[in-house]
Design a protein around this ligand. Structure first.
Ligand code: C5P
Length: 234
């Protein structure tokens, strides 16, 4: 079986609810994303419990701090055995380089990806923050910086995936949220793409939350996405 491309976002407020959802999914068919709310609630114990069930975990804590602190946090995440973790690319060259070095030194190094520009920020927000570039320009520049510093990829909108794939080459992992299977509710996501469109644009991994976690049968919803991606050539 090919490696699972879908990362199910476990956006729950308790470890019990997250574990309950995980128990309705098959480990070989997806990865799981643990973010700030769930990790703050349920911590490393939950991550270990999910891994013990056979799931790869993407620890979505978006570290952003001085280089030494971020490197130590990355080392701690790697020791926890996670499959993927992330840092803010805007933390700068030294922070990114030290994060990459910390991860490379782990017994089994997780994938390290960068967050470029939060999709909640528009060009007006960026100007207010002192950035002269538009969001897409900044995404391209921070992706190049992340790659130059030894990161394995970036989190990006599927709309940016084709351009980043062309600029950063094969092997640079593109992780895309904002995915909605054809016919499903958009929820609060605005600029969405279907799984098939995202993979065709060059996405490696698709972060999908509510269309799977709120489905009557999450595994059935997941398999339907997997089928849609598998037939992307058709
Ligand atoms: O439920 P839904 O599919 O919208 O969940 C998407 C997940 O991806 C959430 O955990 C959300 O925080 C995350 N995410 C996002 N858009 C970004 C970055 C992360 O939706 N630009």
């Amino acid at each position: 079986m090919s490696e699972p491309r879908v990362i199910v976002a476990l956006d729950f407020d308790s470890g019990e609810a997250a574990a309950g959802l995980a128990d309705r999914l098959k480990p070989g068919s997806c990865r799981l994303k643990v973010g700030k709310e769930l990790f703050t609630r349920a911590g490393p114990t939950l991550v270990e419990a999910l891994q013990a069930r056979g799931f790869d975990v993407f620890l979505d804590l978006k570290f952003h701090d001085i280089p030494n602190t971020v490197a130590a946090a990355c080392r701690a995440a790697a020791r926890l055995g996670v499959w993927m973790l992330n840092v803010h690319a805007s933390g700068g060259r030294r922070m990114l380089e030290q994060a990459a070095e910390a991860v490379r030194g782990a017994a089994s190094p997780p994938l390290l990806v960068g967050v470029t520009v939060l999709t909640s920020l528009d060009d007006g927000d960026l100007r207010e923050l002192g950035y002269a570039e538009t969001a897409p320009e900044l995404v391209r520049r921070l992706s190049a910086l992340a790659q130059a510093c030894g990161l394995d990829g970036v989190v990006c909108s599927a709309r940016e995936a084709a351009l980043l794939r062309a600029e950063r080459g094969e092997g640079f992992r593109l992780v895309t949220p904002g995915i909605r299977p054809a016919g499903s509710a958009g929820d609060d996501q605005r600029r969405i793409m279907t799984p098939r469109q995202a993979v065709a644009a060059g996405a490696d991994y698709l972060v999908i939350g509510r269309p799977i976690t709120r489905a009557e049968d999450p595994q059935v919803a997941l398999e339907s996405v997997a089928r849609e991606i598998a037939h992307r050539g058709s």
